[in-house]
Design a binder for this molecule. Structure first.
Ligand code: UQ1
Length: 453
């Protein structure tokens, strides 16, 4: 979570911002980019990553009309593109995971060159990257948006428990196991259900509790959980989080904690899950004390962090994220390098909604850089977390840097988005997946600002 003092990068960003930025590089020509024989291929823009950020950015660039065929390249080793915001819905039994993925290659416009490969190394001093097959690709502008890594091994025993169909352990953070969440939820008739969230940064900081609220709803409807009398209910629900609060934004955290208390869900704060041993979940508290809990269902969220090829590169900050300016999204040292999304050192919650705001700013600044103009500090940290809270309702958290609410519908209609609503549930379940597939990945969706022409 971005407000977590352990991993928050605000401090490091603030320190590094004191360093005066270098002058923007002049427009480059291929011959000046790197020694001609150093690279087997050259492109005006190389986009590393074909996820929601990579597809949004490369198609927005293409739609600017300023690029010819194969001026822009996309590099990604994946076979499939996933709509990850849907995985909580899979965990809650509301969607099928197969409906949330598509083969990546056909999603990439034929005018873009697609390298279906991993990146081996970055050589930003000489403006080229090296693929895992040894090919060198040089660029004028580099966009680094490969996402980040979900580290199942960060919780001892988790990979084995997930792989064991008999173990009631799941995680919605992996395609392979997001459907195991609903299988275990439906199978539980009594006992302790524990839902965890680690210390540190995770994708969509609200997702660990979204799946819990969907499970709560299932057990409530099945007559296995009575919020008015949790002690007498066959199922006992615990939210065990490494963080001190339910959510990083005080306004929404207060509402979510109110829901937690009303529904009789136990809260274990500053409890970080470190290992699973049979039916025991072992936590370490912030004060160092160890706590063991027996479970009959465990939804575990592992730690996450930058890919090694980013972390070990000259592009990374101390924490391993791409060291970009928080407002221009331009690299602080290498001015022809850009980053948004999960891999970027941006102290805001990592979501697809954030990308809807980041991509147009980054694209505009990259185009300005090509024309020799200064980058504009236009990204305010906007992100959003549509929190499924059960009963077919969603609390639509939307906020910017500093955890300050920035509510699209609050501003438009004067409503309070901390109140869970059915209309927001349909936005989350039906509208966002539709607009994502039909427009966002094609570079035509700007989130709260609407469609991009
Ligand atoms: C959004 O555009 C989007 O992408 C399609 C989401 O899905 C992942 C979101 O969760 C949100 C909140 C937005 C933002 C758009 C509006 C209209 C609030």
């Amino acid at each position: 979570m971005f407000r977590n003092p352990v991993t928050c990068q605000v401090a490091s960003c603030a320190t590094k911002r004191l360093v005066a930025p270098q002058a923007a590089p002049a427009v480059r020509h291929f011959a000046t980019v790197s020694p001609v024989d150093a690279a087997s291929r050259s492109h005006k823009v190389v986009v590393v990553g074909g996820g929601s950020a990579g597809l949004s950015v490369s198609h927005q660039l293409l739609r600017s009309g300023k690029f010819a065929k194969e001026d822009i390249a996309v590099v990604d080793p994946a076979e499939w593109h996933h709509y990850q915001p849907g995985w909580t819905l899979v965990g809650g039994g509301l969607k099928k995971k197969e409906d949330l993925r598509q083969p990546l290659a056909p999603m990439i416009d034929p005018k873009l060159k697609f390298y279906n490969h991993k990146v081996g190394t970055f050589t930003p001093e000489q403006n080229y990257i090296t693929l895992d097959n040894g090919d060198k690709i040089s660029y004028d502008q580099l966009v680094v948006v490969p996402g980040f890594h979900v580290d199942l091994t960060s919780i001892k025993g988790l990979p084995e428990a997930l792989a064991d169909p008999k173990a009631p352990v799941s995680t919605i953070y992996q395609y392979n196991y997001c459907d195991k969440a609903i299988t275990t939820i439906e199978a539980l008739r009594k006992g302790n259900a524990i839902f965890t969230q680690p210390t540190g940064i995770v994708k969509c900081a609200g997702a660990p509790q979204k799946v819990m609220w969907l499970a709560w709803d299932h057990w409530r409807r099945a007559g296995l959980y009575d919020s008015k009398n949790p002690a007498a209910s066959p199922i006992h629900i615990t939210f065990a989080t490494g963080l001190p609060t339910m959510f990083g934004v005080p306004k929404y955290s207060a509402k979510l904690d109110e829901l937690r208390r009303e529904r009789g869900v136990e809260g274990l704060f500053q409890h970080d899950l470190v290992s699973i041993d049979g039916n025991t979940a072992n936590f370490v508290r912030a004060d160092g004390e160890k706590v063991a809990r027996k479970f009959d269902l465990l939804h575990a969220v592992p730690k996450m962090g930058p890919h090694a090829f980013v972390k070990n590169s000259a592009l990374a900050d101390q924490a391993g994220y791409v060291d970009v300016d928080q407002e221009t999204l331009r690299h602080k040292k290498f001015h022809n390098v850009w980053s948004i999304g999960d891999a970027a050192a941006l102290p805001t919650s990592k979501t697809a909604a954030a990308i809807t705001s980041q991509a147009p700013v980054m694209v505009s600044n990259l185009l300005r850089a090509i024309e020799g103009k200064e980058a504009e500090p236009a990204y305010d940290g906007y992100t959003s977390c549509p929190l499924t809270v059960g009963e077919n309702k969603v609390l639509l958290a939307e906020f910017k840097y500093g955890g300050i609410p920035k509510e699209t519908f609050g501003d438009m209609f004067g409503i309070d988005q901390a109140t869970p609503r059915r209309a927001f549930y349909h936005l989350k379940k039906d509208f966002f997946p539709w607009v994502y597939n039909k427009y966002m990945v094609k570079g035509q969706w700007g989130g709260p600002k609407g469609w991009i022409r």
